[in-house]
Design a protein around this ligand. Structure first.
Ligand code: AMP
Length: 470
């Protein structure tokens, strides 16, 4: 395994890498960096977000940029404003010790005048969404005649968002003598056709298996009645006290509806969809990044570009029709070496959809029994006990109040005291689950021929989807 020191980086870049805490190159970096620092070849890299691809192209790009001239030497195209800002931020981190490198992010939904001013000052590297760049080219603000490297990041997402014509137009504007890199999570015929048209004998690199999901993501599903989906979602959230998840819905209305229900039911949740203003979306995303929100209910389009590394779960409240969208969703967890789980709530009519997805993902999907009320209460209590054991009690304020509190509670023995604290803490769970009926999935209910021997509560897990070989 090659390390960063052996790759030929300058001391300034190596210092930045060290400060970022990157100890070893990630697989995509091991493959792409030597090619970028070496031969002038074009590269297609099939890699999901979270594999370290920004540093794979960003570190060598920063090293190769000549800061003695003012001209734009590299152009990075990506699908969303958020990703634009993310990439520009990462590049400026890499260039901390390499002279005055001007990196400019230009994207829709923000003042074009500021971006024109930025371009006039001179940008060595432009990171752009295709639509806004076309606008800037039209206004003769973006000058691309000295661009020698073009990077298409998340090319499949850009095509999904309808940017094909803009990409074609932009690639006609940059000099033919250039290096082109294309990053995509999946290989489709449209991607192959862009590669044929605009790339010169590209070297193809695949990180993980082609068209398969990230290595460290596991997949599970709950078979539910359509009318029970929301209740099952709540049970999953209640069964995972430390959940940090994106819940994907298909429509804006469904997204808002589920988020509102979760908020009303006391969950730390919010919605992210296209009916919100850009400022509202920014606020929600920031709260989620800071983990002040634990559950983000989102549409696929709105969640694009939201970059968080340590999600515990991706939850598919509704399955997408296109299996590739499923791949994108689950690529949001299991990132930067962590493990993650993608959970789908599937009702009987969505079964075929799930089968198509399983065939594409080529990994087992575990069928999960819906957690029972007593399982959820048990899990919540044990998580609370762990927190109780480790909580810091070193507060002067508490010390000051303690004598008065002791006096007031002197009539309660230890057991009574514990019971009352637990009741206060767990009122909602106990009320919801003590008297409520458990939810039965449609297969158990029908007691069909689907091989299944677990009785409620026995928590047998098995792999398979009714009617498939998986
Ligand atoms: P990306 O796929 O570019 O979105 O990167 C995913 C995450 O991995 C980002 O948070 C990077 O900061 C982080 N990362 C990139 N390269 C490395 C590395 N060599 N070691 C550790 N973390 C890294």
């Amino acid at each position: 395994m090659i390390n960063f020191e052996e790759m030929g980086f300058t001391p300034g870049i190596l210092k930045a890498i060290q400060e970022l805490g990157f100890e070893q190159p990630m697989p995509v970096q091991e493959k792409v960096i030597p090619l970028m620092l070496g031969d002038e070849c074009d590269i297609i890299a099939l890699a999901q977000t979270g594999t370290g691809k920004t540093a794979a192209f960003g570190l060598p790009l920063v090293q190769a940029t000549d800061t003695e001239t003012n001209s734009t030497q590299a152009l990075i195209l990506c699908p969303t404003r958020e990703l634009c800002m993310q990439i520009a931020g990462d590049l400026s981190d890499y260039s901390r010790y390499t002279g005055k490198l001007n990196i400019l992010a230009v994207y829709g939904g923000a003042s074009i005048d500021n971006q024109i001013r930025g371009l006039k000052k001179g940008a060595h590297i432009i990171v752009a969404t295709p639509g806004r760049l076309i606008d800037l080219i039209g206004r003769r603000a973006a000058k691309l005649n000295n661009v020698s490297t073009v990077i298409l990041d998340e090319a499949d997402e850009m095509l999904n968002m309808g940017f094909l014509d803009s990409i074609n137009e932009i690639l006609e504007e940059v000099p033919k003598e250039r290096r082109t890199l294309l990053f995509s999570a999946t290989m489709s015929s449209e991607i192959a056709s862009i590669a044929r048209k605009y790339m010169n004998d590209p070297i193809e690199i695949t990180i993980g298996t082609k068209n398969s999901s990230a290595e460290n993501v596991s997949h599970a599903y709950y078979l539910v009645h359509a009318k029970d989906k929301y209740k099952v979602l709540k049970r999953i959230a209640d069964f995972e006290p430390d959940i940090y998840a994106i819940v994907f819905c298909r429509t804006r209305i469904e997204t808002q509806d589920i988020a509102s229900k979760l908020i009303n039911d006391g969950y730390n949740a919010d919605a992210l969809h296209g009916d919100l203003s850009q400022a509202q979306r920014d606020t929600v995303m920031q709260k989620f990044r800071l983990k002040n929100l634990r559950i983000l209910v989102a549409t696929d389009v709105a969640a694009r570009g939201l970059d968080v590394d340590d999600l515990t779960h991706v939850i598919n409240f509704s399955l997408p029709d296109d299996p590739e969208i499923y791949l994108h969703r689950c690529g949001r967890t299991g990132r930067a070496g962590k493990t993650g789980i993608s959970i789908s709530l599937v009702h009987l009519r969505e079964k075929q959809n799930l089968q198509r997805i399983v065939r594409m993902v080529k990994k087992p999907f575990k069928a999960m029994p819906i957690p029972t009320g007593s399982e959820i209460c048990g899990k919540q209590l044990s998580s609370w006990v762990t927190k109780l054991e480790t909580v810091s009690t070193d507060h002067q304020e508490i010390e000051k109040l303690l004598p008065e509190i002791k006096l007031k509670l002197s009539g309660l023995d230890r057991e009574e005291l514990l019971k009352r604290v637990i009741s206060l803490e767990f009122d909602r769970f106990l009320d919801d689950y003590r008297h409520g009926e458990d939810l039965i999935d449609p297969i158990t209910e029908k007691d069909s021929s689907f091989e299944r021997s677990d009785k409620r509560g026995s928590r047998v897990q098995y792999t398979g989807i009714p009617g498939t070989a998986y």
